[in-house]
Each structure stands twice: as C-alpha cells, then as structure tokens.
Unconditional design. Sequence first.
Length: 180
Amino acid sequence: MSDLPSLAPRAIGPDELLARESLRHLVAAYGHAIDRRDWHLLRTLYHDDGIDDHTPYYFGPVDGFVAWLPSMMANWRATMHTAMSCLFAIDGDKAQGEIVARAWHLTLDGTRQFVAWGRYADHYAQVDGIWRFARRSFILDFAEDIPVSTGDDFGSDGVGTGSAGADDPVYTRLYLFGRR
C-alpha cells in the first residue's frame, strides 16, 4: 500500500477542503489574469522559482513567461481560459493537479476562432499558508480552428462587450476586482 495521496473517494477533512478551495481559486485567477492581460496578477500566482511549460512556445522561469506573454497575446482580440474540472492530490504543503481546460482565442480581425482543449499538469507548493504554482505544464488534447459566423447578433446590441485589458466591463461592474 502506498503512502501517496489517493484519488479514490475518501473522507476529506477541513484542512484539505481549505487547500482544495485555495487551489481552485489559484487556477481560476490564472484564467482571469491571462484573459484580462493582468501580468502583475499573473506573476503573483507563481512562486519566485516557478516554471511554466507551454512547449513548444515557451518553457522556463515564470519571469520569462510573463515577459513573453504580452507579445504572444497581442495576436488575439479576445481569449477565454476556462478550467472545467480540477482534480487535486495534496500531500502536506505540496500538491499536484490535473486541470481540464478550454482555451478559446479570437483572431485580431475577428474572422477565426482557435480553441485548444487540453489539461494543465500542475505542481503547487504552499508557503506561509499561500498556495502558488511551482510548475505549470499544458498538455494539448485537441485543437480546433473555426471560422466565425457572421449575421444575426441575437439581440446583443447594447450588451457590455468584453475586452482583453483594463477596459473590460468586469472592472466597472465588480469594483472588488479592481486592478491594483
């Protein structure tokens, strides 16, 4: 019998519940930071010696990843990074997670959508009670390149329209989300 954390069903105590919710928040904040181009927030999600693996585009220290992202993300008018399921194995102040994800991208000219379906294979560490990424790796399972349909706006006239940066309506509608 292994002493490693099990993925099988079992009773989960309050400390592990707190860790799981902290890790879910970390994963969700990552998607928000990428999609809103909040590079400062993104950097806070990783430990100082954190590694990001978006091979073949980037592999290396988090500071290099955060420096590389603005030029890469400049290719997309809008993106939406969604975590669909999160499975964690927690062992004290270390944890690992498989995050099933969808990363949607709209081209600058608005004519094509690129959708990456995959998983993040994450390593986390808790320091001073705060969970952060120690290493984040993306695994691509499937990709789609889809033309954008034009025509009926389905009554969307007047609806707040998302934007990649600080002008996104979320910042005026949710003041607690204000960029700092």
